[in-house]
Design a protein around this ligand. Structure first.
Ligand SMILES: C[S@@+](CC[C@H](N)C(=O)[O-])C[C@H]1O[C@@H](n2cnc3c(N)ncnc32)[C@H](O)[C@@H]1O
Length: 252
């Protein structure tokens, strides 16, 4: 799921990480990206230092970067880093840095960040705590256990397959962060309905994300068509997403 080679292949083929113009989104619980942005911006300021982990092509980081005095995005995929540099230049944001670093051993100094953000990237509570200053905040967006469940059931495989029968992922993240010395100040789940304009857009999306790292348009044609038929509507082909956001403060 977190294989940086997968993301490099996506950046090399598509030049970026997923395109929003494939679909229309409906947010019964609010837009998780907008909520995440607002939480992060609320912790910004001219002297505030932000580190974003698993930033991929940097598109989400660049939206919140102007609220901070210094901004560093880290990822292990060189192709994604190159894509992020291009997006940074296009946005005219000169002082955002993108570096190749492993989130499990960043090599960053203790207390380097006032705020650490991570959307759908790898979670290393001990390292994140070390990199944050005492009192600093982590904002983490994770993938919930029921994310695209029907699609995965139709394919009989996929990221977090079968996890819907287990303990909620968000509960585990809260427990891990608490054990590592964080006080959780917010935890919220979000259901999002995505409507892909047609099966062509859904196919393109599946080639860009690691829901099935081995997804293949030709080899997976039978389950793909079965899903597209069962989830089709006049608004498009529907995918039910499940994200969650946790905000936690480093206590000591
Ligand atoms: C699901 S993508 C999320 C990208 C972006 N945060 C977003 O939400 O659009 C996960 C990213 O984490 C990166 N990644 C995976 N393992 C990593 C690690 N150990 N250290 C740094 N980045 C990592 C991948 O290369 C990929 O770009």
């Amino acid at each position: 799921m977190m294989n940086p080679d997968f993301y490099s292949r996506v950046a090399d083929e598509f030049g970026e990480y997923t395109s929003g113009d494939l679909r229309t989104d409906v947010f019964p619980d609010g837009d998780p990206e907008a909520v995440f942005d607002e939480l992060a911006r609320g912790l910004g300021g001219p002297g505030a230092r932000l580190v974003d982990v698993g930033c991929a092509d940097g598109r989400n980081l660049l939206r919140i970067a102007p609220a901070f005095g210094s901004v560093l995005g880290i990822d292990m995929s060189a192709s994604m880093r190159d894509s992020a540099e291009r997006k940074r230049a296009e946005a005219g944001l000169g002082d955002v840095r993108f570096e190749l670093r492993d989130a499990s051993r960043t090599g960053l100094p203790d207390g380097e960040a006032d705020v650490l953000t991570c959307r759908r990237g790898p979670l290393f509570p001990g390292e994140f705590r070390r990199v944050l200053k005492p009192g600093g905040h982590l904002i983490y967006m994770g993938i919930g256990e029921t994310d695209v469940r029907e699609l995965k059931e139709t394919f009989g495989r996929g990221q977090l397959y079968g996890r819907w029968d287990g303990r909620p992922v968000m509960d585990e993240v809260v427990e891990e962060l608490t054990a590592a010395g964080f006080a959780v100040v917010l935890e919220k789940a979000f259901r999002t309905e995505e409507f892909y304009h047609s099966p062509v857009e859904l196919d393109r999306f599946l080639r860009q994300v690691p829901i099935f790292e081995d997804y293949d348009t030709v080899a997976d044609r039978v389950p793909f068509e079965r899903y597209a038929a069962s989830a089709g509507s006049d608004r498009g082909v529907r995918l039910d997403r499940h994200w969650f956001v946790v905000q936690a403060r480093r206590t000591t």
